[in-house]
Write a protein that binds this ligand. Structure first.
Ligand code: NAP
Length: 300
């Protein structure tokens, strides 16, 4: 067991899942939790997301050897500042934020005397809040650690071991590379979903009821992503601005090329691309990152 006492700050989808996974898979680890919203704290205590829910971040981290910040990326620095004075010497601080460069900087500034190892479990759903968490969220998923250059190797290994114990596979990357990879695999897809759903809801010549009635044609699958938490995603785009803008430039060029192919009646270009993309879907299933059931296993 790499840690004996873990504090979780933020008890929504990620914090709740982490607490439940710790309690189920590492029952010898003591768990403490805090969320700034009293209603979330009450619900977290009812659901037993952690063994003990307390009334301040400073109290949650007392005596802990690991603290994991599970708040939106824009709130990481504030959360880190709240724990700074009561954090035990030698405690490791980590997080689960979806972008890493800004979090690494925020933790280094707020906690200059502590070891901070940012992390991102690439696992989630479109739900948020204290009812959304479940203990198997990390099973078979990747957790990316982005240790700063000066992070002690044994601390990185202890954190990696914890995530493996929770069911995840661990990869180590530098924060810049993480942000670029996740911009293309997660952040741009969310931006596209937000755009399509927004565009459809603003249309004048196709009614809202038609959009909803015929949504099974593809729109419905974008609405799952576009239902994701607005605060969390606002913060992701504000904090991973450079990588998102770089990838968005590439995406816009590719979209323009497709527009040209459609206008020119160039079926070969369309067919070649659509065949390549189908292969990507097969690789995701082969890698165990999704189910092969048709239509995402929906009951028909
Ligand atoms: P969530 O369900 O909304 O939970 C976040 C919780 O943190 C909320 O209860 C929020 O309270 C609380 N909070 C905000 N600021 C705080 C502070 N300063 N101190 C204490 N609590 C605070 O969001 P989530 O989906 O768990 O996301 C948490 C983190 O995980 C984010 O950084 C996100 O990027 C990352 N992540 C999310 C996913 C995903 O699919 N959702 C996947 C991987 C990583 P209020 O409601 O009062 O604001």
């Amino acid at each position: 067991m790499s840690f004996s006492r873990v504090a979780i700050i933020g008890l929504g989808l990620l914090g709740g899942s982490l607490g439940l996974a710790l309690r189920e898979k590492l029952p010898g680890v003591e768990t403490f939790g805090y969320d700034r919203d009293p209603a979330t704290r009450a619900r977290a205590a009812e659901r037993g997301l952690v063994a003990q829910v307390v009334d301040s971040a400073a109290e949650a981290v007392l005596g802990c050897d690991l603290v994991i910040l599970c708040v939106p990326v824009g709130a990481m620095q504030e959360a880190a500042r709240e724990i700074a004075a009561s954090l035990p010497a030698g405690a490791i601080v980590s997080d689960v934020g979806s972008s890493k460069r800004s979090v690494q900087q925020a933790l280094a500034e707020a906690l200059p005397d502590h070891v901070a190892i940012p992390a991102h479990p690439v696992a989630g759903t479109e739900q948020s809040g204290p009812d959304a968490g479940f203990p198997s969220l990390f099973d078979g998923r990747w957790c990316i650690l982005t240790p700063p250059a000066n992070a002690p190797q044994d601390a990185v290994e202890r954190l990696a071991e914890l995530w493996r114990d929770l069911g995840a596979r661990v990869e180590i990357m530098d924060a810049e590379h993480h942000d670029l990879v996740l911009a293309v695999t997660s952040h741009i897809p969310h931006l596209i979903a937000y755009t399509i759903v927004g565009t459809a809801s603003d249309m004048e010549d196709v009614t809202r009821s038609e959009v909803i009635k015929y949504s099974a044609g593809g729109f419905r699958d974008f609405t799952r992503i576009a239902a994701s938490d607005p605060v969390m995603w606002r913060d992701v785009f504000l904090n991973n601005r450079d990588a998102v803008l770089e990838m968005l430039g590439r995406f816009t060029e590719d979209l323009t090329a497709l527009q040209r192919a459609i206008r020119a009646g160039d079926g070969d270009t369309l067919h070649e691309l659509f065949s390549r993309t189908r292969d990507i879907r097969r690789s995701i299933i082969d890698e165990g990152q999704d189910d092969a059931a048709p239509d995402f296993g929906r009951d028909h």
